[in-house]
Design a protein around this ligand. Structure first.
Ligand SMILES: C[S@@+](CC[C@H](N)C(=O)[O-])C[C@H]1O[C@@H](n2cnc3c(N)ncnc32)[C@H](O)[C@@H]1O
Length: 273
């Protein structure tokens, strides 16, 4: 089997850690997220995945977040199967394959060109699935994407790598391009972005930097006209968290009692139009 090289550093390299997390967790008994695509991608990529800094509990955390994003995305697709999906900062996540949406959905996997180059070598093309190698901060990002129907934006593990100015400009461009839409995303607090090199082994190992700290959905509502918060979940509310190792669970319980720590990472669902 020919293996593909992944010469990535900084933010693009962090997706190797989340990919590895899903693959590692998928191999465990009774996984919360079964991701055979991640397992196959890890086999195909010539990379020292152990150097991503990811271990057992981290893999479970990645899988729990991925599963929640899958479930939230599936709910939206069931409510309206006639949408354009923007899967921003997709990395090598196979969400579009795992969920296998109906042909009425036009699905766009978007990430930086070096990531999309690798993605295209790993995953074969499929109908109604598009890949776009570009920075989500590019002003012309949406030019070739039909803006005549609602959008579902899924941005998992992305916004914290943008600057506040770039992130809000991206969200404004989306609300201006589409008549209506939903957004499923996660954000990290200013404290979490400052502590990322301590708290997040994968960020540290990749040499990446988190640049946008968001305190909550209300901040995005203020920054982006028309965007309305539907629900805000902390990481502590993610279903399945009780499956972590008991020692880690005790640590999380302690952290969860301190408001600033409880809100280090949030998962937001929002809508506009
Ligand atoms: C932590 S990874 C998450 C990847 C994927 N969502 C997942 O959960 O596996 C962060 C991703 O954001 C992408 N990214 C960071 N800045 C970006 C930008 N300006 N434009 C597009 N993608 C970006 C990186 O290339 C990387 O794939």
């Amino acid at each position: 089997m020919d293996r593909e090289r992944a010469d990535l550093t900084g933010a693009p390299a962090t997706m190797l850690a989340t990919l590895y997390g899903r693959a590692l967790h998928s191999r465990t008994a009774n996984p919360v997220l079964h991701d055979p695509y991640a397992e196959e991608a890890v086999r195909r990529i010539d990379h020292d995945f152990a150097a991503t800094g990811l271990r057992g509990n981290d893999a479970l955390s990645v899988a729990l977040r991925g599963r929640l994003f899958d479930d939230l995305t599936a709910v939206r697709l069931a409510a309206n199967p006639d949408v354009v999906v923007l899967h921003l900062g997709c990395g090598l996540d196979s969400r579009g394959r795992r969920l296998d949406p109906p042909p009425s959905v036009e699905w766009y996997d978007i990430d930086l060109p070096e990531v999309i180059d690798l993605r295209e070598r790993i995953y074969p093309a499929r109908p109604h699935h598009h890949v776009l190698g570009a920075s989500v901060t590019a002003p012309d990002l949406l030019d070739g994407i039909p803006g005549d129907r609602p959008v579902l934006v899924v941005a998992e593990g992305l916004l914290m790598y943008l600057t506040e100015a770039d992130g809000t400009a991206l969200l404004r461009r989306i609300t201006e391009h589409f008549p209506a839409g939903h957004l499923i995303c996660d954000v990290q607090s200013p404290l979490a972005t400052r502590w990322a090199h301590l708290l997040n082994g994968a960020v540290r190992a990749a040499g990446a930097r988190l640049t946008w700290g968001v305190r909550g959905g209300a901040e995005l509502e203020r920054a982006v006209p028309g965007l309305v918060l539907d629900e805000e979940r902390t990481f502590f509310d993610v279903p399945g968290l009780e499956r972590v190792h008991p020692a880690y669970r005790a640590l999380l319980r302690g952290m969860g009692g301190i408001p600033a720590l409880r809100r280090l990472a949030l998962i937001l669902t929002m809508h506009f139009g």
